[in-house]
Design a binder for this molecule. Structure first.
Ligand SMILES: [Zn+2]
Length: 408
């Protein structure tokens, strides 16, 4: 009896999935997967090529032009919207959901960064942006070719989307969803390391706190309103604000002040990066931080203003997102990763967080996940690296997700 009970319990907690190993055994799917294996060297060569095209946020047009050309070669009509997002729709046979696959084209590195790729004997590529998110762009391009070559049977349409300005507040995806509110039935963001599946949205507020006063020569500065003191007190006070749960903040990541020794500056600024998945907590922590700044400014008789750098809304705490966790898109993502033997941490196969283009889908109520591209590390630094072999799985994952998710 305990065995039956256990089985019963397992059935109760099993999450619905659209993937089974039988999907991977379909002739068309096998053919598409075989394409990835047969052309992996070309995929890696293109990955290097894409990485070496500079793509700072807001300056993705050279990458976009390259991608457009390649997707057109794969027989699709490609358009670039007013924001610079590249999109192409592959029609299905009908009766299934439209699945959007989105890979962001931009990198965090400014123009002039050396983006030359080096390949080391340990099977790694090294360059700023090689993982985030050039690997996903290369994976998606190769998956597009494989899906065409195998004439993959899909009922739903697949929408291939390469977005701009993900790194500066998911701007490209926000703009795309605003223009195309009813297009995506399901959304898969391609970003991050391989495993786990993200189905939530980490809220991220970036602010610039600005303190201003008339300034003063050192000789006349005794008792003068001092924006430096206001900012200094404010930062000290901010760090007294408790950050419960997953919430975290960082004040002073960037700071500006005066540029001479012998004057109290007219303007001092510092940034605050505040993050949590909890909508209410995000708002209340933001309020607390801003009121610390207000109080510090009043005490020093200087003017305070907050400027927004970016504002990405939170999806909710895990318990608030239980219905999202139960949507088959999440378990499908996990099952595909498992099928490809990508290591997952038990109990954390799916996490209600994420800071990718998929967040925009989550906060707009579209069933959305983000899945990774390759193993790697040191993202957003000049030491960024990526493991070559795992990108093969990154590309195969897209094919398996496309086959499974486009089913009704
Ligand atoms: Zn990214």
């Amino acid at each position: 009896m305990p065995v039956i009970l256990l089985l019963f319990a397992a059935c109760l907690i099993a999450q619905p999935s659209k993937f089974s190993p039988a999907v991977a055994q379909r002739d068309d799917v096998k053919k598409a997967l075989a394409f990835i294996d047969a052309h992996f060297d070309a995929q890696v060569a293109e990955w290097i090529k894409i990485t070496e095209i500079p793509g700072p946020s807001g300056h993705e047009s050279v990458r976009a032009a390259y991608i457009k050309g390649e997707v057109e070669k794969a027989g699709l009509t490609v358009s670039i919207d007013a924001s610079g997002n590249v999109e192409a729709r592959r029609k299905g046979s009908g009766g299934g959901p439209t699945v959007v696959f989105a890979a962001h084209m931009d990198t965090v590195f400014p123009a002039g960064t050396d983006v030359h790729v080096t390949r080391t004997p340990d099977g790694r590529l090294h360059a700023p942006g090689v993982g985030d998110n050039s690997a996903s762009v290369a994976n998606l391009l190769q998956a597009i070719r494989a899906i065409r070559e195998a004439n993959l049977n899909t009922k739903g349409d697949i929408l291939y989307l390469f977005t701009v300005q993900e790194e500066v507040g998911l701007k490209g995806m926000y703009a795309w969803l605003e223009r195309n509110p009813k297009v995506a039935d399901l959304l898969v963001g391609l970003d991050g390391a391989l495993g786990p599946v993200n189905y939530g949205a980490l809220g991220i507020y970036w602010s610039r706190m600005k303190f201003t006063a008339p300034g003063a020569h050192t000789n006349r500065s005794k008792g003068a309103p001092n924006p430096v003191l206001a900012a200094a007190h404010c930062i000290t006070e901010i760090y007294s604000v408790p950050a419960p749960g997953d919430s975290v903040y960082n004040a002073g990541g960037m700071m500006t002040a005066g540029n001479v020794v012998n004057a109290v500056p007219q303007e001092v600024t510092f940034t605050v990066d505040l993050r949590t998945v909890d909508k209410q907590l995000l708002a209340s922590l933001d309020d607390a931080i801003v009121s610390k700044c207000d109080a510090a400014a009043r005490a020093q008789k200087v003017t305070f203003a907050r400027e927004w750098i970016q504002k990405s809304e939170a999806g909710g705490r895990p318990e608030q997102l239980e219905d999202r966790r139960r949507h088959p898109i999440v378990q499908t993502g996990i099952d595909v990763l498992r099928y490809l033997r990508i290591p997952l941490i038990k109990g954390s196969e799916a996490v209600a967080t994420g800071s990718t283009d998929a967040n925009v889908g989550v906060v707009n109520g579209i069933p959305s996940i983000s899945v990774g591209r390759a193993h790697g590390g040191a993202n957003h630094t000049l030491r960024e690296w990526a493991d070559i072999a795992s990108a093969r799985l990154g590309a195969k994952q897209i094919i398996l997700l496309a086959a499974a998710l486009t089913e009704p």
